[in-house]
Write a protein of this length. Structure first.
Length: 682
């Protein structure tokens, strides 16, 4: 009866949830990473401890999902542009991080009297590592640091090499190491990689365009892709973690870094599946074997010493080769030292094949436990210092709190506006978004219209909450929406206004219609007028049109930063089209703005050349980003007012027009307070 009770799913989840809640709280009080508490709890309550929980099929399944989650999120968050830039470093670090411990481990095996195959397999165990501490680096905001990018790329190479060694050793033991074996292995890996790298983005792009609902269906689709790729990896003859990582890479540019979908993925993983993985690893430890098999103590000590020495030497050589700082080196070491996934899989296979005895298995588990404690501790300690160094610059104007106002009138387009606002918003900023509705109408139906406006704002609150972004909704009543928006900008010290356009304009208006034109004309803040007909995450290229003299505009710096931030966060290539100016100047300006990304530029002499040279090159998934100017400013040109209408006749279905922040002036024409708008004739 007791056994049936302790194996009941409700009992297992109840104990696990209590551990996931209490362990991190206790560890935080003594300044130790919370994930270590879950590992230790697994040792205590596991079958080799108090025996409260068995490491049964439920724990194994959930732990496996957690392992895939860690690797998948690493693939999603890796900076692809940085990875391309540092791919040589990742390859070199991966080779060093695998072969140095591999040689040391093989030598150790020979010293303890292992056979050649056993020694080679032991060496491969030391060569691989698991990104156990990666969630810590992500939480610290250093996931895109060059050292972290190098380590993540190198990690996958070490795991691939370890799994290949395991496949070869297993084939040799079973007598299957034939020519056919090599052909099948190479072909299966080639087909698998091609299907994932090229097939997943194609299918996912079509899904997000046609079926995406911005809710649970998107999450289920992403999870389906992850597990399907993991299954294909098993069929191809490699570990499922390889498939999970490649799935993350394939979806990298389609899942926005700060979007609601990424928040859902991280939330479920960090709250549920990843802790189960840590719990399952902790349950493997059996201290009783140390008494029954004293040799495992000496073997464990030697393994721990060799793996720490080998990984540290690899990070030291790489950091010296490429000039990484001491903090970056220590973070690399903390990320690359934990042994869990590939190590555990290869150890169990080696035991089943008769290459390892119980002493070796327990020695490896001790090594897993110790490295899983050292890695997260190092990563959190030095990662916190690295994050502080990277962000501890002098406070500049562009770093002051940003406040984004989103006037909304059309329920069908408000999701696109909110997605754009969340994408542009600084993820470290605590400022809320300001969705706003303006209600017009007579007294007889005013109450109904206010209720409809509040319903729309309620949807905005739910949408933003899914991305873990706070909001401060506002409803205003009045016959002049532009006037109410202007007052809200002043009252709330708004920095950027994001407004949608339906593609139509009123008779007699300049560009977009009387309301939007008035908002642009009578406010001095940065304004983004958007017409988005496809999800931002499917954008492959962002085309930026820059008029002559734009770098002399008062808000040019902020506009350039907004442009590059958006391109980076949606994973789009940046293509600049310079009108009547030199492209080298703007390439240099954009190159000086972080982050680093691929970028090209072209220049034309006149606005008519834009149509003749570039209209036919536009694609449906392009996003046109027009850096515009208000009338009377240095970069204004009458063509800018007609350009949005001309663009609608091309293949591009999504574009954004940005009006820069202007220096505030008073009614004497000098810089000072914002001039009160005059709407009397509107």
């Amino acid at each position: 009866m007791v056994t049936e009770f302790t194996t009941h799913p409700v009992f297992i989840f109840a104990i696990a949830m209590i551990i996931f809640l209490i362990s991190p709280l206790i560890m935080t009080r003594i300044r130790i990473p919370g994930i270590i508490g879950i590992l230790i709890a697994g040792m205590i309550i596991g079958p080799n401890g108090l025996g409260v929980l068995e490491r049964n099929e439920t724990i194994v399944i959930l732990g496996t999902v957690g392992l895939l989650y860690i690797i998948f999120i690493a693939g999603l968050e890796i900076d692809l542009d940085g990875f391309k830039k540092y791919r040589r470093r990742s390859i070199e670090f991966g080779l060093l991080s695998f072969f140095i411990p591999f040689v040391l481990g093989a030598v150790l095996g020979f010293v303890f009297g292992f056979s050649i195959l056993s020694a080679v397999l032991l060496g491969s165990l030391l060569g691989s590592h698991t990104l156990l501490a990666y969630p810590i680096a992500s939480r610290m905001g250093i996931a895109k640091n060059r050292a972290v990018t190098t380590t993540v790329g190198g990690t996958i190479l070490t795991d691939i090499l370890a799994m290949l060694v395991l496949a070869i050793v297993a084939g040799a033991v079973q007598g299957e190491l034939t020519f056919v074996f090599w052909v099948q292995l190479i072909l299966s890996l080639g087909i698998f990689s091609t299907v994932v790298i090229f097939g997943v983005p194609y299918i996912s792009k079509r899904f997000f365009i046609k079926f995406s609902g911005g809710g649970s269906i998107d999450y289920v689709f992403v999870m389906s892709i992850m597990f399907l790729c993991a299954l294909l990896a098993i069929i191809a003859g490699v570990e499922p973690i390889i498939g999970a990582f490649l799935a993350g890479l394939a979806l990298n540019r389609l899942i926005l870094e700060n979007g609601a979908l990424m928040n859902r993925i991280k939330f479920v993983g960090n709250a549920l599946f990843i802790p189960f993985f840590l719990l399952s690893v902790g349950m493997l430890m059996d201290f009783r074997v140390l008494i029954d098999h004293p040799s495992s103590v000496f073997l464990a000590i030697a393994i721990v010493a060799f793996v720490n020495g080998g990984k540290w030497l690899a990070t030291y050589i790489t950091s010296r080769m490429y000039g990484y700082t001491q903090l970056e080196r220590e973070v690399m070491y903390g990320l690359s030292i934990p042994q869990a996934a590939a190590t555990l899989a290869a150890t169990l296979v080696g035991y089943e094949l008769g290459l390892f005895d119980v002493a070796v298995v327990n020695g490896v588990i001790i090594m897993i436990l110790i490295t899983c404690i050292i890695g997260p501790t190092m990563t959190e300690f030095y990662g916190r210092k690295l994050a502080y160094v990277e962000d501890n610059g002098p406070i500049k104007e562009e770093q002051l709190p940003e406040r984004l106002l989103i006037p909304m009138a059309n329920p069908q387009t408000m999701d696109n506006l909110l997605e754009l606002a969340i994408t542009i918003k600084d993820p470290l900023s605590t400022e809320p978004l300001y969705p706003m509705t303006v209600v017009k109408g007579g007294n007889e139906d005013m109450e109904l219209k206010v209720a409809q406006a509040e319903k729309m704002l309620g949807h905005a609150v739910l949408y933003a909450s899914a991305a873990d972004v706070s909001v401060r909704p506002m409803t205003r009543v009045g016959d002049n929406p532009a006037k109410r928006i202007s007052y809200a900008v002043t009252d709330n010290r708004i920095s950027t206004i994001i407004v949608g356009w339906n593609g139509q304009r009123n008779k007699g208006s300049h560009t977009f219609g009387s309301v939007i034109d008035d908002v642009v004309e009578f406010t001095d803040r940065q304004v983004l007028v958007s017409k988005l007909s496809h999800p931002l995450n499917v954008t492959r290229r962002m085309i930026v049109v820059i008029p002559k003299g734009f770098d002399h505009m008062s808000g040019a710096d902020e506009a350039f930063r907004t442009t590059k931030t958006l391109a980076s966060r949606i994973g789009a290539e940046l293509f600049l089209i310079i009108v009547g100016d030199k492209k080298e100047k703007y390439m240099k300006i954009f190159a000086s703005i972080k982050p680093t990304m691929s970028m090209e530029a072209g220049e034309i002499d006149d606005w008519i050349d834009l149509k003749e040279q570039y209209y036919d090159t536009f694609r449906e998934t392009d996003l046109l980003f027009i850096l515009s100017a208000r009338r009377g400013t240095v970069s204004w040109h009458h063509r800018l007012e007609r350009l949005p209408h001309y663009i609608q006749k091309t293949k591009i279905v999504s574009f954004i027009v940005l009006f820069t922040k202007e220096a505030a002036i008073d009614d004497r024409g000098t810089k000072g307070t914002v001039m009160s708008p005059d709407f009397t004739n509107k």
